[in-house]
Design a protein around this ligand. Structure first.
Ligand code: MF3
Ligand code: CO
Length: 249
């Protein structure tokens, strides 16, 4: 394992990358509504990437055909944008990356489509809360799996289920850098965190079971029991006594 420590110059580039990404994710709130298709969202995202003169690290990654992953309801991650229409009551997870001057940031949010029921609302808010509790552990001197433990603890206390087949990861010059790490684990284990490390922390959570199926398209991961799933991800910079979320504005 080789966890890359970013230089101050590299961190400055990742901050710009993350700000652009955070801005695009925020702007999706205004366009996601009943009747829009997931490829409408992809087209909007591509325009925003172009306007900001940045590229997508997802497009072409192991043959992935789009700039974003858009996953609806029981779809967990890696949903391919399509002519599928969103309906009031759905939840939609949008996962997006940005490359700015060679530096990548990666983030995801789950959005409600109009009014959603209480169970879906709770799933979205607990998924975000688990990310925040994990990120709080992303400071120099802690161990990597302190992050994972905090995520797992939040989700299990909420009576929800953490997806185990997908991981969080380092990011920077490459979309996926070391360390690759589960969103569950034992406190005090794993490498010691150092300032300048940049991690994409990304819990994926379900209200049913954590078992996963992959659809025939070879990409879309769905819950085996078709229960709802949410995703919350940010690229986080480790600092001496704190952490910085790079992909939020
Ligand atoms: N956040 C996801 C990940 O880190 C996005 C990858 S999508 C892919 O795995 F299309 F690039 F595979
Ligand atoms: Co990621």
């Amino acid at each position: 394992m080789n966890i890359i420590i970013k230089t101050d110059k590299e961190i400055a580039l990742m901050r710009v990358s993350g700000k652009i990404l955070g801005q695009i994710l925020l702007s999706l709130k205004d366009i996601i509504e009943d009747g829009i298709t997931t490829s409408d969202i992809e087209i909007f995202i591509r325009k925003q990437l172009k306007r900001n003169k940045v590229k997508s690290p997802f497009l072409g990654y192991h043959g992935y055909p789009a700039a974003s992953c858009i996953s609806v309801n029981e779809e967990i991650v890696h949903g391919i944008p399509s002519n599928k229409k969103l309906c009031e009551g759905d939840i939609v997870s949008v996962d997006l990356g940005v490359i700015y001057k060679g530096f990548i940031t990666d983030a995801a949010r789950t959005f409600p489509v109009g009014n959603i029921d209480k169970a879906a609302e709770n799933l979205i808010s607990k998924t975000k809360e688990s990310f925040i509790n994990g990120a709080k552990m992303a400071v120099q001197g802690n161990h990597l799996y302190d992050i994972s433990y905090a995520i797992q603890n939040t989700i299990e206390k909420a009576g929800l289920f953490l997806v185990r087949d997908f991981v969080s990861h380092g990011t920077g010059k490459k979309l996926h850098e070391d360390p690759s790490f589960t969103n569950f684990g034992t406190q005090g284990t794993g490498p010691v965190l150092k300032k300048g490390m940049t991690l994409a922390i990304e819990p994926m959570v379900t209200i049913g079971d954590f078992n996963v199926k992959i659809r025939d398209d070879g990409w879309t991961a769905v819950t085996a029991d078709n229960s709802l799933s949410a995703h919350y991800e940010n690229t986080v910079l480790i600092l001496e006594n704190t952490f910085e979320i790079l992909t939020e504005i």
